[in-house]
Ligand binder design. Structure first.
Ligand code: NAD
Length: 264
C-alpha cells in the first residue's frame, strides 16, 4: 500500500510525521506523494483541509486520516500518543472507509460562458468586495429571496460544525447528503426581507446565487479565498464525489461534537 503524510509544518508535527513515515516504511509500505492510497495528515483540521485539496483529483482512490498535534479536531481525531496503534492498524489493511458528502461550487462568468468548478470539504462563503452584498437566491430553479447583508455561507454536513456553526446554523450528521445555507448578518426591515433561518437542502436541490448589481465577489472554498470578477452566477449543490476517511476505531460524530463543544 502507498501512503503520504502531510504536516502542519511546526516542529511537533514534523517530528511526528518523520516518526510515522519511518514506522510505516518498516512495515514495507511505500511512500508515494503522487498516488497515495492513504494520506495521513498531522497537525489540525486545517492540515486535513490542505491535504483534501492537494489530493482532490483522486478522491475515489485515496482515504484520509488525521492526527492532531493541538486540540481535538473534527477531521484530526488521533492523538500523538496513539500513533504506534495507528501505524499497526494502517499496515494491517484493508481498512474500513467512511464517506462524507462534499459541496460542489460552480462559478459562471459574464463573458464567454466560462466557468470554474470547486469542491469544498467544509464550506464556501460569498461576500462583496465593495459595499453591501446583494444577491438573488434561487432554490431548485425558483426565485426564493433577494438577500442583502454581509454574505452567505454554504456548508457540508461535516463543515456544519465550523464557520456555519458560528453563523447559527444547525449541526448536520455527515451521513446526510445535504448542504446548508446560512446567512451572514442579513438586512431585515420594512423594505428588505430574507427568511432569516438556515436552510438545509437535499442532494437533488441546487442553490443558485445571481448578482443584482456589483458582479465582483470574494469567494472562499474552505481555507482558500479568491476574488472573482464579472460573476454571472454561483451554483451550489451536493457533489457527486465524496471524501473517504479511513476508520480504525469507532469515534461517533455526536461524541466528537460533545467532546469539542460541550465537555471532554
Ligand atoms: P484555522 O486553522 O484558523 O481554523 C479555524 C478553526 O476551525 C480551527 O479551530 C479548526 O479546528 C476549526 N475547524 C475547521 N474545520 C472544522 C470542522 N469541520 N468542524 C469544526 N471545527 C473546524 O483556519 P483554517 O485552517 O484556514 O481553516 C479554515 C476554516 O476556518 C474554514 O473552513 C472555516 O470553517 C473556518 N472559519 C471559521 C470562522 C468562524 O467560525 N467565524 C471564520 C472563518 C473561517
Amino acid at each position: 500500500m502507498r501512503f503520504a503524510i502531510t504536516s502542519k509544518g511546526d516542529s511537533k508535527s514534523n517530528t511526528l510525521m518523520h516518526k510515522m513515515k519511518s514506522y510505516l516504511l518498516d512495515f514495507n509500505l511505500i511512500y508515494d506523494e503522487e498516488q497515495p492510497d492513504i494520506v495521513i495528515s498531522v497537525g489540525g483540521d486545517g492540515t486535513l483541509l490542505y491535504a483534501f485539496h492537494r489530493y482532490s483529483s483522486r478522491l475515489d482512490k485515496t482515504a484520509f486520516v488525521g492526527v492532531h498535534t493541538g486540540h481535538l479536531g473534527f477531521y484530526a481525531d488521533w492523538v500523538p500518543e496513539e500513533i504506534e496503534k495507528l501505524v499497526i492498524a494502517i499496515a494491517k489493511t484493508p481498512f474500513q472507509v467512511v464517506e462524507y458528502p462534499l459541496l460542489e461550487v460552480i462559478v459562471r462568468y459574464q463573458n464567454g460562458g466560462r466557468e470554474t468548478r470547486y469542491l469544498a470539504l467544509n464550506e464556501s462563503t460569498v461576500k462583496a468586495v465593495n459595499g453591501t452584498f446583494v444577491m438573488d437566491v434561487e432554490i431548485r430553479g425558483q426565485h426564493f429571496e433577494r438577500f442583502r447583508g454581509d454574505g452567505l455561507c454554504l456548508s457540508t454536513p461535516s463543515g456544519s460544525t465550523a464557520y456555519n456553526k458560528a453563523l447559527g446554523g444547525a449541526i448536520l450528521h455527515p451521513s446526510l447528503p445535504a448542504i446548508q445555507l446560512a446567512e451572514m448578518a442579513s438586512i431585515n426591515n420594512k423594505v428588505f426581507r430574507t427568511v432569516g433561518s438556515p436552510l438545509v437542502l437535499p442532494g437533488h436541490h441546487a442553490c443558485l446565487l445571481k448578482p443584482v448589481n456589483e458582479p465582483d465577489f470574494k469567494i472562499t472554498i474552505d481555507h482558500l479565498s479568491l476574488l472573482h470578477k464579472d460573476v454571472k452566477s454561483i451554483q451550489f449543490r451536493v457533489a457527486d464525489e465524496k471524501i473517504r476517511f479511513a476508520r480504525f476505531r469507532p469515534f461517533p460524530f455526536w461524541k466528537r461534537v460533545h467532546d469539542s463543544f460541550v465537555a471532554d
